[in-house]
Design a protein around this ligand. Structure first.
Ligand code: TRP
Length: 448
């Protein structure tokens, strides 16, 4: 537990790329475009940007500051702020939630891997056209194949986490993230040549002001910001704890949050022109990636290449996020129970794979099964983790950061002492973020 033996990022670049790797994931490329699409495009984007700057960046900075100051993973960092309180174990909620997200995230990542393999390995089948919705449903209903891809995803994640912060996570991010950026740029350039480009741009950037009156838009923007940046779960506390105190944190937090947003917007720029070019519906929902895009690829010149690049991109994005989600519980058991990294990653990777199996079977064998609220197993896990535990743990974190941590210490830990920016930061943590998180939580509770 001593800070001399604590693992550290080897370079600032490595830290930035690992954090961006955690942030950029299915949330940007699968979730952001469809949530933006379902909430009217431009109006959503505007609110989203505000939320990222006013809520996302301050909380991200708070998490980094806490982790770096306490030199410990998230649950222990929380406990150290609350030494003798009954609440000192509350940080475990985040650890649990990160594991829960990973369990079903791996199922979706498995679908992505399989689609990547299909476009690369059997393009004729991938581009056969036909009913892409039925093809997707038939695939996810198969008993074993989706589980095999899910297992592969967990195995890769475990292998990277097992190698440690510097040799595993940092090294993987240092070469995977540039590949990711390159693929995304190439796809965006290609999309710009499509006939639907103007319509796509208009959809993504021209706000329909009337939508700003709908409260659902704000809740959706907040939820998306938390999920996409990867806040409130302790991931960024844990990543911050591997950060040596040499570089100021505020710039890093801003870079990471904006970098994540940029990836989401560019993913929108890749997807919407293509969707409009073929007269499809951008507000299609979660099926956008697996149902609408295959139709686009089937009709597009160069669709094989585009499809392969797209799903490869998504595979990489998902993998680096999975790594960060596994690191949270791994760091927890290492610090708390003194397990070796290897033992912690292997056991937790295995356990979370098993926990994800029902989520996968919910689309096949157990397809009729409905949990409270009429949800499928995967939806129920997502609801519990993202809609309930995430705001709950977010509220806990931000109350600790804004109210319990002495103000001057927090400001110092965030490299913001004596600045106006520091006052704004602390104000946001103290009032704005808790209020907004509470409203998200209230919205979720009304949907249980
Ligand atoms: N941000 C990732 C994505 O966009 C997912 C993720 C990683 C996450 N770490 C997280 C979500 C922590 C919530 C909390 O796909």
């Amino acid at each position: 537990m001593s800070s001399q033996t604590r693992e550290q990022w080897q370079s600032h670049r490595g830290f930035l790329l690992a954090a961006v790797g955690s942030a950029v994931g299915l949330g940007d490329i699968w979730r952001f475009p469809y949530v933006a699409g379902a909430n009217g495009g431009g109006a959503f984007l505007l609110v989203y940007l505000l939320v990222v700057l006013l809520v996302g960046v301050p909380l991200l900075l708070g998490e980094f500051a806490l982790g770096r100051r306490m030199q410990s993973e998230s649950a222990t960092a929380v406990a150290r702020l609350l030494p003798s309180s009954r609440w000192r174990h509350a940080g475990v909620v985040g650890v649990f939630a990160a594991g829960l997200i990973l369990a079903y995230y791996a199922v979706i990542a498995g679908w992505v891997f399989r689609y990547a393999a299909l476009y690369i390995g059997s393009p004729a089948q991938a581009l056969a056209g036909g009913d892409s919705a039925a093809a997707f449903q038939a695939y996810v209903a198969r008993p074993l194949e989706p589980l095999a891809w899910q297992l592969l995803g967990m195995a890769l994640t475990t292998a990277i986490v097992c190698k440690g912060v510097e040799k595993g996570i940092e090294k993987a991010s240092l070469w995977l993230m540039p590949v990711l950026a390159l693929l995304l740029t190439a796809l965006a350039v290609h999309s710009a040549t499509l006939p639907g480009i103007r319509q796509g741009l208009r959809f993504l950037f021209l706000p329909d002001w009337s939508l700003l009156a709908s409260p659902g838009l704000y809740v959706a923007a907040l939820g998306q910001a938390f999920f996409s940046i990867g806040l409130a779960m302790g991931v960024m506390v844990t990543y911050g704890s591997y950060q040596p105190a040499t570089r100021p944190l505020p710039g890093a937090a801003l870079t990471i949050a904006l970098g994540d947003t940029l990836f989401g917007v560019i993913a929108g720029l890749v997807i919407f022109p293509a969707v409009f070019s073929f007269g499809l519906d951008p507000a299609q929902g979660a099926g956008l990636t697996f149902v609408v895009l295959p139709q686009v690829f089937a009709q597009m010149a160069g669709g094989t290449l585009f499809g392969a690049a797209f799903f490869l991109l998504l595979s990489i994005a998902a993998l680096t996020s999975m790594v960060s989600l596994l690191e949270v519980p791994v760091a927890y058991v290492m610090q708390r129970w003194g397990w070796s990294r290897q033992r912690a990653s292997l056991r937790l990777g295995g356990l979370l794979f098993v926990l994800g199996i029902p989520a996968s079977l919910g689309f096949g064998m157990w397809t009729g099964l409905r949990l409270p609220g009429g949800r499928s197993i995967l939806d129920a896990m997502d609801f519990l983790a993202v809609d309930l535990l995430l705001p709950l743990n977010g509220l806990l974190l931000v109350l600790l950061l804004g109210w319990l941590w002495p103000r001057h210490e927090a400001l110092q830990a965030a490299d913001l002492q004596g600045s106006r920016l520091g006052r704004a930061w602390h104000f946001s943590l103290r009032y704005l973020v808790p209020l907004l998180v509470m409203s998200v939580l209230a919205g979720s509770l009304s949907r249980t």
